[in-house]
Every structure is written in C-alpha cells, then in structure tokens.
Design a protein around this ligand. Sequence first.
Ligand code: ATP
Length: 337
Amino acid sequence: MYKISLITGDGIGPELSESAVSILNTIHDKFDLKFGITKLSAGDKALSKTGNALPDDVVSAIKQSDVCLKAPVGESASDVIVVLRRTLDLYANIRPAKSYPHMPALRDDIDMVIVRENTEDLYTGKEFTLGNAAVALRIISEAASKRIAKYAFETAKQRDSMRKVTCVHKSNVMRMTDGLFAKACTDISKEYSDIAFEQMYVDACAMNLIRQPEKFDVIVTTNLFGDILSDESSQVVGGLGMAPAANIGDNFALFEPVHGAAFDIAGQNIANPSSFLLSIKMMLDWLGNKHNDSKCIDVGKRLESTIFGLVKNGVKTMDIGGDKTTSEFTKQITDNL
Ligand code: ATP
C-alpha cells in the first residue's frame, strides 16, 4: 500500500481534492492498487485556524507518507509550498507541456518539459528593507545549479524526442548569478555529448515559446523564470486547467497543479480537475519507477489516456470549451477508467 498525504488546499483546492480522492478510490477498486490517503490542512484555512499556514504536525504527516499530493493553496502559498520544497529538498520542479488533440490550444505540435530549479533564486524569501528601498536576495549556488542541470540532461536522455536541453537565463544582465547558472549548465552539458545543448536569454525564450515552441525539448532554468515560463507554456497547449507539475527530490516527491487557488471560480463546481489528475499520473510514474511497480505506470498511462479520450470526444470542462462540471467530468473518468 502506498501512503499518500493529501493537502486539500484553498479556493478550488477542495473540489480538486474530492475529484482526486474519487479517482484514487476507483483505481484502488478497479486495479487493486492500494492507497492509504491522509487528508491534511495547510494554507489559508490552516493559517486562520492555527496561526500557522504549515503546522508542524502536517509536515510530520507528510514525512511519514510515501508521497504527497498538494491541491493549490491561496494567499499563503509561499509559506506552504516554498517551505515544503526546501524542507524536503524537492529540488527539481518538472512541468510538462504537451499538445493533445482537440484542445483549444495555440499549437498542437508541442512536447516539452520545463525543469525548474526549486530551492534557490528570489524564492528563498530573503527580503529586507534598506532605508526607503526593499531588497530581495537572489541566491544561485554552483551545487544547486549543477544538480538541476544534471536532472535536465537525465530527463532529456529518457525522452523519445529531439534530446535537447535549452538553458534559459539572463546572464548578460545578472552576470554573477545567471553567469554562474549558465556556466554550471555548460559544464554539465560536456558529460552528455549525445544531447544537444543551447542557451537562451529568458526574454527571447518567452517570445520563442509563442513563435516556435516546437523547437523546445527540455528547458532548464532558475526558480522565478521557470515559474513564469511554465504558465506560458501551459497556455500554449491548452491552459492551466490541464497543467500538472512534480516537485522531485532524491527520496521524496510532491505533485501539484501548476495553477493557484483560482478564487474567482472556487465553490462553483466548474474547475477543471485534469491538472490535479494528470499530477496523479506523474505521481504513479514516480511511484512505479521508485518501487519497480509496473502496475503503477500502466494505471498512470490509462488515467492519462482516459482524460484525453474524453476531451477528444468533447467531454470537457468549461475552461477548455466544454460544459461539464468538475463532478460530472470526474464521474466520466471513473466510469471510463
Ligand atoms: P498563483 O499566483 O497562485 O499561481 P494565479 O494568480 O496565477 O495564482 P491561478 O489561480 O493560477 O491564478 O489561475 C489563474 C486563472 O486561471 C484563474 O483565475 C482561473 O480562472 C483559471 N484557472 C486556473 N486553474 C483552473 C482550473 N483548474 N480550471 C479552470 N480554470 C482554472
């Protein structure tokens, strides 16, 4: 049995979590893949109830589980996810952007993955005031940069695609920090002679994601740039409602949608649960590889093809041009799995 800790989140988080539990229960019943789910509260609700967005007992419960699923949290997101990424050393944030048929997408020929460094950069929260100015420290270390570069090349190696890594930075302006990142990636690229390597400034990358996204395979970049570029790449293939993400460390992993709590549509039963359910697909891949469990990988594939089979047949939620509610779409998946 795999022990899953589930942060139910804020905004549309509880609706997506309900959908996730329903899918996990169906997988449990239909494929005899056993899960023990512990629901946890972290985020805005936990903050107003306990004074702490990420209570200690929640962190302990996550550490005792095999893997964590996290629905989006609201205003306190950085006190939850940024802290968890650092505490659990989940250094690689993986955000795939893949075209699937019949999506209201800008392009239908995209298959890329953004590998974002997850523990450093401007997201360490080291900010202070200096007179009338506010200062944020941007920390980029050689060790973390080489570690993420290696992860990106290993990712490229395992993909059946063009096998290319694009290192994205802005070293012409941030010469020391991004200069170090670019050099670390270049150094690691020499260990992977069979994988093409290129560098691109972040502004050019933002433009090329619209202009010629088919040219990208694996993008490796720093924390803030990766956050922004992955929202952009998910829009190119159909929007945030379809965008999953993984936070991976050497021994533990946490899976979550790319998007935030989307308070504008919360409580209306109209959110697209696919972002979270495709995160479950990524979780099943990770569990399968870690535990040498091919059933996990097979069921993950089946979940993904079920979701895209429905979308292909016009069974979809409003954000991608359909009329199904969150619960109706979830029910269709459980019926079709
Ligand atoms: P954050 O900064 O926390 O990532 P954000 O301000 O970027 O949050 P999101 O919550 O990520 O905002 O979402 C942006 C918009 O995309 C939402 O307002 C919502 O309309 C839409 N959206 C996001 N997720 C979904 C979803 N699962 N289903 C449908 N629409 C969504």
